[in-house]
Write a protein that binds this ligand. Structure first.
Ligand SMILES: Nc1ncnc2c1ncn2[C@@H]1O[C@H](COP(=O)(O)OP(=O)(O)OP(=O)(O)O)[C@@H](O)[C@H]1O
Length: 354
């Protein structure tokens, strides 16, 4: 099946200080590369999860896809059309087919607008004349299980779960082909989290849209995603079907994330593994494999050489970047544990950029 969304070799860079200040202070890294050559696609109706620690670049990818952030290179194509090639006016029909659910349920809703205005604003933004704004708002509220009289409320009169439903309803307004959900359950009570996930899954079944879901929560991934991409320092280190990622992780970072999952399999070896140290700063990228500073299996080559992507022989859609992927590791046991610890220990020079 052809891809609905195709992202190719995407790179996004942020300035960390102005050029004159960098010159004055002699700083080597006036920028960080938040996203480093990421490529992936999402098929129609499919759910892809982006997973990784805070700061790994997940939201930056999302914001770049919907045009809130510019890439320094790479491309985003939607339904076969590269978005960057289009003028502002030509882009609109494509952007209208994507909608984003932002992280903060209440904070992402404009406090001065009623729910009715929030729900009908997408039509106005895209210049779509509607004869029955009240009917539109009621229909959208009904789709997310909220009563029609919620249309008169303001965001501060909503609970977190209700605000999240309004955010979802707003995202559905223009009947998008792709929804990007950035931490859709963050900040919600556990019971409400389940309701929101079930709602998203039901709407996806009914409406058939693709979903790009961004989350730290592996239980959310397991519940929602067909495929999963694991991010570290702005790169994909492992991508595959969610089942493969959970059952046969090949990258040690994936293994460690799964082990940190609050509901791990009690019999799995993964339970014994801890992810030690902090993620290195994007201003001081480690040499070689960028995960080596925290990897329990790292060997000399991991300090020196950046690993090329490999694929599983029995599943070419399962790819990973590791010199010693799980399942064919030959390191002596004492070497495996030598390198656990705080980040940056073997990275005195540090690198920036990617
Ligand atoms: N506008 C910006 N200006 C400068 N740096 C930014 C900007 N937006 C993001 N960053 C930096 O880019 C890196 C990636 O941030 P991003 O928000 O994409 O990560 P994330 O994985 O989505 O994190 P979280 O899970 O906390 O949302 C971080 O180091 C962040 O500080």
């Amino acid at each position: 099946m052809s891809a609905l969304l195709r992202v190719e070799d995407l790179r996004v860079r942020f300035r960390t200080m102005s050029a004159p200040k960098a010159l004055a202070t002699g700083a080597k890294a006036p920028f960080i590369d938040a996203v480093c050559g990421v490529s992936f696609e999402i098929r129609r109706g499919e759910t892809l999860a982006l997973v990784g620690e805070s700061g790994s670049g997940k939201s930056t990818i999302a914001r770049t896809i919907i045009g809130l952030q510019r890439a320094v290179s790479g491309s985003v194509s939607f339904d076969g059309q590269e978005i960057e090639e289009l003028s502002g006016a030509e882009r609109k029909p494509y952007l209208r087919r994507m909608a984003m659910i932002f992280q903060d349920p209440i904070g992402s809703l404009s406090p001065r607008l009623t729910v009715r205005s929030l729900l009908t604003e997408p039509f106005r933004i895209h210049g779509l004349m509607r004869r029955d704004a009240r009917g539109d708002a009621e229909r959208l509220l009904g789709m997310v299980g909220l009563p029609a009289d919620f249309a008169r409320r303001y965001p501060h009169q909503l609970s977190g779960g209700q605000a999240r439903r309004v955010g979802i309803a707003r995202a559905l307004a223009l009947n998008p082909d792709l929804i990007i959900a950035d931490e859709p359950t963050a900040g919600l009570d556990v019971s409400v989290q389940g309701e929101v996930l079930n709602l998203l899954a039901r709407l996806q079944d009914e409406l058939g849209m693709a979903v790009l879901i961004i989350t730290h929560n592996l239980n959310v991934v397991r519940h929602m995603a067909d495929r999963t991409a694991i991010m570290y320092l702005g790169r994909f280190v492992e991508v595959g079907s969610t089942e493969r990622i959970f059952e046969h992780p090949r990258h040690p970072y994936t293994e460690a994330l799964l082990a940190a999952n609050p509901e791990p399999d009690p019999d799995a070896m993964l339970n014994r593994i801890e992810l030690k140290g902090e993620m290195p700063s994007l201003m001081r990228r480690p040499s070689g494999c960028e995960f080596h500073t925290r990897c329990r299996y790292a060997q000399d080559i991991c300090y020196r050489a950046f690993p090329e992507p490999s694929t599983s022989p029995d599943d070419t859609e399962h790819s990973f970047r590791c010199h010693f992927p799980l399942g064919r590791r030959a390191a002596p046991l004492d070497a495996r544990f030598r390198l656990c610890g705080a980040s940056g220990t073997r990275n005195e020079e540090g690198r920036h950029g990617c």
